[in-house]
Design a protein around this ligand. Structure first.
Ligand SMILES: Nc1ncnc2c1ncn2[C@@H]1O[C@H](COP(=O)(O)OP(=O)(O)OP(=O)(O)O)[C@@H](O)[C@H]1O
Length: 679
């Protein structure tokens, strides 16, 4: 069976440097860890996207100590900013529940019926006491039996009411989670600002929290509110004076309640942020457990996690104290109300304004009035948690991906051999491309001008940080240029559907991320089981020089599970499977970003030769000229390229064949080549 998580990573790939950045040398990685983990309480945020450059940034910290940047970072925005969005959040929630309006209306009618039952119960109760007082045993018995029947009816009504509401909330939760995951996958590269563990926490625990808060409100608080209003109306009918005296204490209650609510909200927000941070750090630690062990950093990691857990514990204790304070505070207010009520009712009865029967009914109503207040008090904490979670989730859902599908996308032009020779349409054209990463001060690409023709085999070389991976990221539209434009077959990529671009041009990154399914799942990633073509699968694996080791070295051949991130395979095997995966897609342009860096020289040459053969044969058989671009550090792998592009400081420094570039004695390529060939 195909793993769901496996399928979930969309064709929209994170930019190459993000992926590559996840595998810096152990020493570099440790430096990042140390910075992030030494001061977890200072909320240092290392972005995965910046790992290669080891830029450890302390994010802007809001007054309540919470990070406040990032495209999905809205999710971790400060409480004060989130509170401004409360109206919008409730509107979002309302729209989601609106889809289940009929169920909700039935539930509301049932809540009204339950309240009506209560009022009937109050009346029957006063009749029972009246009959007992008058010595009418039969009357008392009849009224008591009616009481039992009404109570049973009310219980049945409540059961149906609860089932309907649970169903609605589960459906809303499922849709909300689906939309959130959809958003995270669409945002793709931009999600680099929010860490994996945090995103997982949001998509699981927080969505569940929102749904259970909604259920609490609908099942507990809404009927309680209906009951409150109904009972209050009945009390006004019984005695307006006594009801007014009860309501006199309302301002006192709201002041006490308001101040406790604000405190609780603050602490709950801190607890939830702490949870998200803990989830994020724990995910990172568990994923890098080998690094932790290699550096004997178990205690160090444990201490860092404990620091966050400690912070969370303190916030939780404060929240629970405030929560525990609410019930006694409300009870004191209630006792004060009863005191005032008794004094006034005694005066009313003495003056003949109120009968004893009315007083009994009024006091019974008071008992039913406290019920909704108690429900409100006991559910308040969880509702607040749900509200905070909803504020963050909907802020996340509003985040826009930096690259989006155009409203009306154009189609890619198919270029046959004849077309190419007559009308020279470039496969790829970078026109004066400038690019600066979000949050970065320097341009990573500066005025790149590059034309790649169909069928060309182009190698990109250059020093570390010269902009090779950034160039690749722009080709597959992981980012849009800050200035200038990237054209595929003459069309600006911004006018093409993203899926079209990524079907046409496939990138194989250096770190070759594999997912925890089988080898077959990995190579046919993105295809439903029913659509998988075994012949094509094997052909792709053979071309990537992966078939032999899959069949002979892996215990279950193509059905061998590769473990999380392909942990059961060697680096070279992972890379060959990643190349096979790209070949299975049969793209027109194949981009390999140091995709064979983990291969030995012999296998590297074999894979390269196989790809060259493939590209030559595909151009003659299908009539479509395929293009191959590869980024390389080892210059031995670029000698046979049709053209070598040499990048330096974000610009194209030189371009030509190996021989042409070697003729420039003082050229950059010649210098790089000489340095590599030096014994
Ligand atoms: N996400 C990012 N945010 C900010 N700056 C970045 C980011 N990724 C890369 N950079 C910067 O952009 C520049 C080009 O980086 P890029 O990864 O394209 O270089 P490269 O030539 O592929 O390097 P290498 O060969 O070491 O992989 C570098 O200065 C790098 O620090």
């Amino acid at each position: 069976m195909r793993s769901v998580g496996f399928q979930a990573v969309a064709a929209c790939r994170p930019p190459v440097h993000h992926r590559r950045g996840l595998a810096p040398s152990c020493r570099q990685q440790r430096a990042v860890w140390v910075a992030r983990w030494r001061a977890p309480h200072r909320r240092l945020s290392i972005r995965a996207s910046r790992l290669p450059a080891l830029k450890c940034t302390a994010s802007p910290v809001a007054s309540d100590g919470v990070r406040s940047d990032g495209p999905l970072g809205d999710a971790s925005t400060s409480l004060s900013v989130l509170q401004v969005r409360r109206g919008a959040t409730y509107r979002h929630l309302f729209h989601r529940f609106q889809r289940h309006l009929s169920l909700l209306l039935v539930a509301l009618l049932l809540a009204l019926a339950a309240t009506a039952c209560l009022i009937v119960l109050v009346r029957l109760f006063s009749e029972v006491t009246g009959a007992v007082g008058a010595g009418d045993t039969r009357g008392a018995l009849r009224a008591a039996l009616l009481c039992v029947s009404v109570l049973t009816a009310r219980s049945l009504v409540q059961f149906v009411h609860d089932v309907l509401l649970c169903e609605t909330c589960v459906q809303v939760e499922t849709h909300l989670r689906h939309d959130l995951v959809d958003k995270i996958l669409a945002i793709g590269s931009d999600a680099g600002d929010a860490e994996t563990g945090e995103l997982v926490y949001r998509a699981t625990a927080e969505v569940e929290r929102v749904s259970s808060a909604c259920l609490t409100v609908l099942r507990g608080l809404l009927p309680s509110a209906v009951q409150f209003v109904g009972v209050l109306a009945y009390m006004i009918y019984l005695s307006p004076v006594l009801t007014a005296s009860v309501l006199l204490t309302a301002p006192l209650m709201s002041v006490v309640y308001g101040s406790l609510e604000r405190r609780l909200e603050r602490h709950v927000h801190r607890v939830q942020q702490g949870m998200a941070r803990y989830a994020s750090m724990a995910t990172e630690a568990f994923r890098s457990v080998r690094l932790v062990q290699a550096y004997s950093a178990e205690r160090f990691v444990q201490r860092s996690l404990d620091a966050v857990a400690g912070e969370m514990k303190r916030a939780k204790l404060r929240a629970s104290r405030v929560r525990a304070l609410i019930a006694p505070a409300v009870s004191i207010c209630y006792a004060f109300t009863v005191l005032v009520l008794l004094a006034i009712s005694a005066a009313c009865v003495a003056r003949g304004l109120l009968s004893a029967k009315q007083l009994v009914a009024f006091l019974a109503s008071m008992a039913f009035l406290i019920e909704p207040i108690q429900a409100f008090v006991s559910h308040f904490g969880s509702v607040k948690e749900g509200e905070n979670a909803a504020l963050r989730l909907f802020a996340m859902m509003e985040a826009e991906a930096r690259v989006r599908d155009p409203p009306a996308s154009q189609r890619l032009r198919t270029i046959g051999l004849t077309t190419v020779t007559t009308a020279a349409v470039a496969e790829l054209h970078l026109q004066d491309v400038w690019f600066r990463y979000p949050h970065a001060e320097r341009y990573a690409l500066r005025g790149v001008e590059l034309v790649i023709w169909p069928g060309e085999r182009v190698a990109i070389v250059g020093g570390s940080g010269s902009g090779k991976s950034t160039l690749v990221a722009l080709l597959c539209r992981a980012y849009d240029p800050t200035r200038g434009c990237v054209r595929i077959r003459g069309v600006d990529v911004r006018q093409l559907a993203l899926a079209d671009v990524r079907r046409h041009l496939c990138v194989v990154p250096q770190d070759a991320p594999l997912l925890s399914g089988s080898v077959r799942d990995n190579i046919t990633f993105g295809w439903a089981d029913a659509d998988v073509d075994d012949g094509r699968l094997e052909a792709a694996a053979r071309l990537a020089r992966a078939h032999d080791f899959i069949v002979h070295a892996l215990p279950h051949g193509y059905d061998t599970r590769v473990g999380e991130g392909g942990a059961c395979l060697s680096g070279g095997q992972r890379q060959r499977i990643a190349i096979a995966r790209a070949l299975y897609r049969d793209p027109s342009v194949l981009v390999l970003d140091e995709a064979w860096s983990a291969l030995d020289t012999e296998n590297e040459a074999l894979v390269q030769r196989a790809l060259e053969e493939l590209f030559q044969s595909s151009s003659s058989s299908s009539g479509l000229r395929k293009t191959m671009i590869w980024v390389a550090h080892r210059l031995s792998s670029v000698r046979h390229a049709d053209r070598i592009i040499v990048m330096e400081d974000g610009a194209v420094a030189e371009s030509g064949t190996h021989e042409q570039l070697m003729r420039r004695r003082d050229g950059r390529y010649a210098a790089l080549y000489a340095a590599q060939m030096r014994p």
